[in-house]
Write a protein that binds this ligand. Sequence first.
Ligand code: PLP
Length: 439
Amino acid sequence: MSKTTRKQSKSKTPASPGKGTICIQAGYSPKVGEPRILPIFQSTTYKYEDLDQVERLFALKETGYKYTRTGNPTVAAFEQKVTQLEGGVGAVALASGQAATLLAIANLCRAGDHIVSAATIYGGSYTLFNNTLKKYGIEVTFIDPEAPEKEIQKAFQPNTKVLFAETLGNPALGILDFDKFARLARTNDVPLIVDNTLATPCLCSPFQLGANIIVHSATKYIDGHATSLGGVVIDGGNYNWENGKFPELTEPDPTYNGVRYVESFKNAAYIAKARTQYLRDFGACLSPFNAFLLNLGLETLHLRMERHSRNALALAQYLQHHPKVNWVIYPGLEGNPNRARIRKYFLSNSGSGVLTFGIKGGVRAARTFVKKLKVAALVVHIGDARTSVLHPGTSTHAQMTAKQQRSAGITPDMIRVSVGIEDAADIIADFEQALGGTE
Ligand code: PLP
């Protein structure tokens, strides 16, 4: 019996269903005669009784849908399911993971503010932080997440508003030291935002480990079939916004009838503000059709993560003894320093489906290897059912300098593999034939 199964069966009560049940059932409960499957509400608009009702909706005195940019029943079902999976108080779904990261930050920071972020994050998040946010007056200090706490502490400033990191860094695959990061967030009284994309809510529950806000690229494992882009921001409802650092959450919002978010929405203030201000203003909403597909993906997330993890471990074990392989990083692999963190912070002994390895012969050998693959394909993506490979140094992380690449854990010989849920033996055989004659 896996550790997840043990844990889930131990804590299973009707009031707290296991993650598998949430994956399938949460977010949509049809009444008798209604569709069994979540319908796609492909509508931009909603009909009302009279002006009074619309007035109450716009004054936030009544809840309901106004316009699909700020809310839609199919999207809401997806948001509720993710909220329940992560154990939060509310979520906002977005058009992509990148939009989710931007919204999570924009909801807290303005020009003159500062963020402390792990350097070992997804290349697109790094570029957003290092270039685009800078243009809008938000400064970011990148830190090595493995540096001693005292060292990281030096990065904080009086204007620091956020600490940001990934549960499982893409693509360096370090597992976050949650105890250290939660302590740093508490000491400096800033919210900890965690990107939980690679771990997924089925393998790790960051709110239970000190995170305050979670973001996902739902495009990855949540979708799981490479059909749809999407993102989601989830509010843990566990941060005190009344500490004087976030007046936009406590003072009247002149752009929305003078609402005070904490007063009106209590511990769901952050996510209410995110929807009210930034879905409205940025407009990066998730489409109902993509919400339908992402919801379908979630239905098998718990099963897929077990299989992705098992296959990734099998491939990592094979690669580590291969003469054409310099090194292998997979958090679940014997000897990997992150194995202890999987035991400590993850819900099971699964290490997710992404591994990296160094190919002997560097970029040249990587080019030959990738061309010879038959089961796996060269794809700028992770987290879907099919096995995919990528050379981060010449693609997702190509915008970084060599020094930045090193601090993000990228080396010229690195190949990232998103191990799919095909038969492990077929994936291994494909790598074996493709590694032959690569030097
Ligand atoms: N966060 C992580 C960890 C990612 O890997 C990615 C994309 O690869 C993103 C965020 C951005 O997500 P999207 O591609 O859906 O915009």
